[in-house]
Design a protein around this ligand. Structure first.
Ligand code: OKP
Ligand code: ZN
Length: 343
């Protein structure tokens, strides 16, 4: 399996987040990728390749132009005010306020284009974000070109990013960009299987009214967990997209037996849909020792997850999302890929 990787993710580092009311170093840090590369390097299946540049056009198929313009400009606007520290939003609108206006100044823009303080920006953030999108798109090139599978080692992750909104460590929705690119390259039906611990609210929202992209999400119950305000079981799609969104919220403490029941149900949906290709939003923050998560999966479970996804017998692009137990992230990702390849 080809593994698409770029060192440009290293530019997105030294940033912070708000955790339980305190400013702390970001959990979404460069060491995550280093540990994945280490673990993959110890196994026989990986061939590392660099992404090809795809430009902004494929991003603009799922993201608003004003939002992408903001992302490209944000750091220079922030530092033009003389600020030499990471950029964070701290103002958001309440329901009933204006959504149709993009403020002129950077603090207003940051609030306008975000839903939380999870998307801290530094000088190299946009370059890392664009590299991650190119990684996903290069994965599409491989799988659309006939490879059975590929692993897009994206960082930062993407599944929380909406068409015009960043949040939850995510700026550009790499999996959504990839799914749309598969459509544009001729796949009639694309399934997105999001196994990250957190609900992929951005991915759901982007495809919510569309019947051509089935979105299946297995995640912590939003009654208990971020992103709180989307990801409930009664969200089934709207209009022409009704019936093409499936959420499997699970309570804190869920172990592999409960989790795999949801995986089987999601896979049955993908089979019934008749997907031409599957994009897996691969988060391994379902792991028992993840520092920000509350599921109980163990490392050997990821072998079984990979095997179950392989049993779909469809071209598959893995897109990296979350996983914050740095000591185990590499083994858990490598186990998923190994389980997939061995079946
Ligand atoms: C991104 B991905 C702690 C509270 C909010 C946001 C989690 C984003 C997870 N600052 N945490 O789905 O792994
Ligand atoms: Zn997550």
């Amino acid at each position: 399996m080809k593994i698409i990787h770029s060192p440009r993710h290293l530019g997105h580092s030294g940033h912070v987040e708000l955790m339980n009311g305190q400013v702390v170093p970001a959990f979404e840090k460069p060491e995550r990728v280093a540990m994945i590369l280490n673990a993959i390097g110890e196994r026989p299946f990986g061939t590392l390749i660099e992404p090809a540049a795809h430009g902004l056009e494929p991003l603009l198929k799922v993201h608003d132009a004003a939002y992408v313009r903001f992302l490209t400009n944000a750091w220079s606007l922030w530092t033009a005010d003389g600020r030499d520290f990471p950029a964070l939003p701290s103002f958001w609108r309440a329901p009933g306020m204006r959504t149709d206006i993009e403020p002129e100044t950077i603090d207003g823009k940051l609030g306008h284009f975000s839903f939380d303080a999870g998307c801290c920006m530094v000088a190299g953030t946009w370059d890392a974000v664009q590299a991650a999108a190119d990684i996903a798109l290069t994965g599409v090139d491989l799988v659309a070109g006939g490879e059975k599978s590929a692993f897009a080692l994206c960082r930062p992750p993407g599944h929380h990013a909406h068409a015009g909104t960043m949040g939850g460590y995510c700026f550009i929705n790499n999996a959504a960009v990839a799914a749309q690119s598969f459509r544009d390259r001729g796949a009639a039906r694309v399934a997105i299987l999001d196994v990250d611990y957190h609900h992929g609210n951005g991915t759901q929202a982007i495809f919510y009214d569309r019947p051509d992209v089935l979105v299946c999400n297995i995640h912590a119950d939003p009654l208990q967990e971020f992103p709180y305000f989307l990801g409930y079981a009664d969200e089934i799609g709207s209009g022409a997209g009704e019936g093409f969104n499936a959420n499997f919220p699970l309570r804190w403490g869920t172990d592999y037996s409960g989790w795999s029941t949801a995986l089987d149900a999601a896979c049955a949906r993908i089979d019934a849909f008749g997907a031409d290709v599957v994009v897996v939003s691969l988060g391994v923050d379902t792991y028992k020792d993840d520092p920000i998560s509350q599921f109980q999966l163990d490392s050997p479970d990821y072998l079984k997850i990979g095997a179950r996804i392989a049993a779909l017998s469809r071209p598959t692009l893995f897109v990296m999302e979350g996983g914050y137990a740095v000591e185990a992230i590499g083994v858990n990702v490598a186990n998923t890929l190994e389980g997939f390849l061995q079946r």
